[in-house]
Ligand binder design. Structure first.
Ligand code: NI
Length: 143
């Protein structure tokens, strides 16, 4: 027996039109898959933020930063911050984007508080031009 449930949603016509356009641009075949992904995204986010929730939950994040390696001491500062949190930095990929800029991609793993603290510290470091963190989990409770 299937666990699938069909439900109806009332929506403004223009909003639905914009949604469908976005789906098609992103390669979704139908609304159901897009809505499932939106729901999962929200639930992963919620799961992530529940510090007192499932303690065995694997919390992970992918952090990217772009910075100018010519700026004095910046490379050293960023490396020092990562070494201070060596248990949270699971893996690092460094790419020399051009003659000035570096892209660093880090996979972080640990408690929500440790990951957020480290991510915010790196992104807010003076000289980091752009930083972004994506939070994720194994989503073990999600279908
Ligand atoms: Ni570099």
């Amino acid at each position: 027996m299937s666990n699938l449930i069909r439900f109806g949603v009332s929506l403004d016509k223009e909003l639905l039109k914009d949604f469908d356009k976005d789906l098609s641009e992103r390669g979704y075949q139908n609304r159901s898959e897009a809505i499932r992904d939106l729901i999962r995204e929200r639930l992963v986010e919620k799961e992530w933020e529940q510090e007192n929730g499932d303690e065995a939950l694997e919390r992970m994040a992918v952090l990217t930063i772009v910075y100018d390696h010519h700026q004095s001491d910046l490379t050293k500062t960023l490396t020092d911050i990562q070494h201070e949190s060596h248990g949270v930095v699971y893996s690092t990929l460094h790419i020399h984007l051009d003659s000035d800029n570096c892209l660093e991609i880090m996979v972080l793993k640990g408690s929500a508080e440790m990951i957020k603290k480290l991510g915010e510290k790196l992104i807010s470091t003076r000289g980091v031009r752009h930083g972004k963190m994506i939070l994720t989990t194994t989503g073990k409770g999600l279908k």
